[in-house]
Design a protein around this ligand. Structure first.
Ligand code: AMP
Length: 170
């Protein structure tokens, strides 16, 4: 497997002082690398064992939808405020550089029993934990979490009590 780290640029003090922002968008500028990553993520047991994928606004959608196609699994989305119509289930959360709220369409959520959560990056784990809590409070099984990048020092894994797989660690 190619060393994916070389496709991730680091921006110091973005979007706030003290944050080292890891930019995953370099990966999708290299279709061969993107494909290699998607094939690897799609073959994960977490994806195989889940009935559906839930991907997180917004960079999570890039990877989640490609995995959904490759693995032939349905995908639903967790979005930031003001982006989804219909009846929603919502929860506030904190992430490495702020606070926000995520919403899921009730109608979509009700369709499937078990989910694999997909996002671009695991930092403090607040974002993924928010989705996991929404799923659990709606009696859904969280099979596991797949992220492209994991920032090990921030110990996001400690917030979650399900399997977590990352393809690149810093
Ligand atoms: P957290 O909730 O702290 O795990 O933050 C994860 C979410 O925030 C992901 O959806 C990322 O897109 C974004 N994020 C947090 N920290 C960073 C970072 N250092 N570099 C890039 N994205 C980040």
């Amino acid at each position: 497997m190619t060393n994916l780290k070389e496709f991730i640029d680091t921006y110091k003090d973005y979007p706030k002082k003290g944050i080292e922002f890891k930019d995953v968008l370099g990966i999708i500028q290299e279709p061969r690398i993107f494909k290699e990553l998607i094939l690897k993520m799609s073959s994960s047991q977490i994806i195989k064992n889940a009935e559906a994928i839930i991907s997180i606004d917004a960079r999570g959608f890039i990877f989640g939808s490609a995995i959904s196609l490759e693995a032939s699994k349905p995908m639903i989305v967790a979005r930031k405020p003001g982006k989804l119509p219909g009846e929603l289930v919502e929860k506030n959360y904190s992430l490495e550089y702020g606070e926000n709220r995520l919403s899921i369409q009730k109608k979509a959520l009700q369709k499937y029993r078990s989910y694999a959560i997909v996002d671009d990056l695991l930092a403090t784990g607040g974002t993924v934990n928010c989705v996991s809590k929404i799923l659990e409070s709606n009696n859904k099984e969280v099979v596991g979490v797949l992220v492209v990048v994991e920032l090990i020092k921030l110990e996001g894994k400690l917030k979650l009590n399900c399997p977590i797989e990352s393809s690149i660690t810093f």
